[in-house]
Design a protein around this ligand. Structure first.
Ligand SMILES: [Zn+2]
Length: 397
């Protein structure tokens, strides 16, 4: 009489080595050279629902054809696991008896027992069908691809200002699938904004800019979480607001805030993509603490208040913040995905009337009052030394 399936599994288990999850856990968390190779032999859907960190995936149906790719060395220590320990036992038998793997074991109880013991499980990020379609043009460029898109969706980007620069930046970062967009702005939409602040609309005049911006962002991409701060950034709230963001997009229009931001971001180690505009001219740089200069390496102290251009209404070509804001958005995406060469240690100048781009190299100042120090040495007092915006501009008359 032929044996039952259960009997076959019992017999096979008696011919192979089995190992308890506790031994596997201590072997993989050991960190020395004798770590075994962990192979998950389950189906793809099971793998996607969660697997042991560091494991490789070779479904049992592809075992014979793929195992040599995953484990070329037949003397390597290999631990196979499945959901409960049966499929991995059968696979271990195949590797040992038919393929000559010398040192192969099957984990008893599978990932079910592993989880019961409270050991780590990693759940891989994957895109929904709708996300695959929405971001298909990103998935097609190898510099971004699934990995980059996953990073974008997990990223947190803070926009300082939902004005001229913040408008195009927010719209394109939302479209690109940045997962969390924080927006700091204490203003309401005004008719005079609409010549360039394209995230707002005529029927939203009088509405807080953060609310108007959220409405436009959500309309483009419901994947994006919008965090609104209807506030002006100052020494009292800056650390609380910026902490936890991966990249900050600086579109602030005044010097005190720009210096405060620099000092706080150096202290927290957050990269800032900074742009400014006036008339027909724009400039752009990326300040990544300790990888390149900070804003104070370039301009150690703010200009005298009477020379600061930002205290009144200044004229600007309406499309200029679009150009500069989209260069900022591009740098953000590069920083998040790791693609390309971000504009660190370089200052890009754009003159719209002449249609010229000029690049200046900027260096770290070894005597910089902020970034030459250890971040923990930057005191709260040093970050609050600048007067607030009103006082600063009042001094300008
Ligand atoms: Zn510096």
């Amino acid at each position: 009489m032929s044996p039952s399936g259960a009997e076959v599994i019992r017999q096979i288990k008696s011919q192979i080595e089995e190992v308890d999850p506790s031994e596997v856990n201590s072997a993989v968390s050991n960190g020395n050279g004798s770590r075994p190779v962990l192979i998950d032999v389950r189906e793809s859907e099971e793998w996607d629902a969660g697997h042991i960190p560091g494991a490789r995936h070779v479904p049992r149906g592809y075992l014979e054809s793929r195992i040599e790719g995953a484990v070329p060395d037949r003397s390597a220590s290999v631990v196979l696991y499945c959901a409960s320990g049966n499929r991995s036992a059968l696979a271990a038998h195949t590797l040992k008896e038919l393929m000559g793997y010398e040192n192969v074991t099957s984990m008893t109880g599978g990932i079910t027992l592993w989880k019961d013991r409270g050991y780590d499980v990693e759940v891989p990020k994957s895109l929904t069908k709708e996300q695959r379609e929405r971001y298909s043009r990103h998935l097609l460029v190898p510099e971004i691809g699934l990995e980059g898109q996953t990073k974008l969706l997990a990223s947190k980007v803070l926009l300082l200002g939902a004005g001229g620069l913040g408008s195009p930046t927010a719209l394109y970062l939302a479209a690109a699938g940045v997962g969390t967009l924080g927006i700091v702005d204490d203003d309401d939409v005004d008719l005079s904004n609409l010549q360039r602040q394209v995230i707002h609309t005529t029927d939203r005049i009088g509405v807080p800019k953060v609310d108007s911006a959220e409405q436009s962002v959500k309309a483009i991409n419901p994947d994006v979480d919008v965090v609104k701060y209807k506030a002006r950034l100052d020494a009292s709230n800056i650390m609380e607001i910026i902490d936890g963001y991966d990249v900050i997009v600086d579109g602030v229009d005044n010097f005190p805030t720009r210096y405060l931001l620099n000092d706080a971001t150096v202290r927290l180690g957050i990269a800032v993509v900074s742009a400014s505009i006036l008339g027909f001219d724009g400039q752009l740089s990326v300040f990544k603490p300790h990888d390149g200069p900070c804003y104070r390496c370039l301009y150690r102290v703010p200009p005298p208040a009477e020379l600061a251009p930002s205290c009144g209404a200044n004229g600007v070509l309406g499309v200029l913040p679009g150009t500069m804001g989209l260069l900022q958005a591009t740098e953000v995406i590069k920083l998040v995905t790791g693609a390309g060469e971000p504009l660190i240690g370089r200052l890009l100048l754009y003159e719209a009337l002449g249609a010229t781009f000029t690049e200046l190299k900027v260096r770290r100042d070894p005597e910089c009052p902020i970034c030459s120090k250890d971040p923990s040495e930057i005191s709260d007092e040093e970050m609050g030394v600048f007067p607030d915006y009103e006082a600063f501009c009042a001094a300008a008359g």
